[in-house]
Design a protein around this ligand. Sequence first.
Ligand code: URA
Length: 238
Amino acid sequence: MKRMRLDRLLSNSGIGSRKEVKILIKRGEVQVNGTTIKKFNYPVSPSSDIVEVRGQRIDYKEFYYIMLNKPAGVITSTHDRFHKTVMDILDDNFKALDLFPVGRLDKDTEGLLILTNDGNLTHKLLSPKKFVSKKYFAIIDGSVTKDDVELFKKGVPLSEDFTTLPAQLDIVKPNEVYITIYEGKFHQIKRMFEYINKQVLYLKRVQMGNLKLDDDLSPGDARELTQYEIELLRSSIQ
Ligand code: URA
């Protein structure tokens, strides 16, 4: 692993913002290989140097992968002057990382949202060429029929020049379904149901590729993915 600035390593490890970690360094609270370092740009090797803050060893990771059960009422954005964002509701230790959301969920949509600083994986997961599936649970105003299942299987025309890829509808109850899509167009699921004159009353993403939302995460809760879950995400890319 390449050398990096001490302040960057600390902020990337979730210790605090760049400004906060500079204060720690200035106060003499940071040691590298047992020596107190007061230079912000002191070069450190994340793989071989031992970095400590007040005697506590920093476990540096280049990439972080967070699973958030997004609640309704927050927008999928990193900053917004007027609305609460998914970043605002994260714990402070996650906030300090340079994370961004993998794709978007509408303000009123709940469920699985991945946040990461791994731009390469994000790019692949969102690429229309990779056909990563997205599975949602939806409550519909009206009954979903077998004809709807057949229509969705063929693809739904959302505009004159765009028809969705085939989507899978699984009826749980007449007005409750699971729907799996392979793109991420703006309001896609709501617009697919609008096409059959039905309205989506509730929408929750339950799976992205091979990765399922952890049922134990309450809306608003977030945790790091396990190594196994990161592999599940990676294996979703075709
Ligand atoms: N489709 C929608 O209509 N909204 C979402 O949030 C996600 C998919």
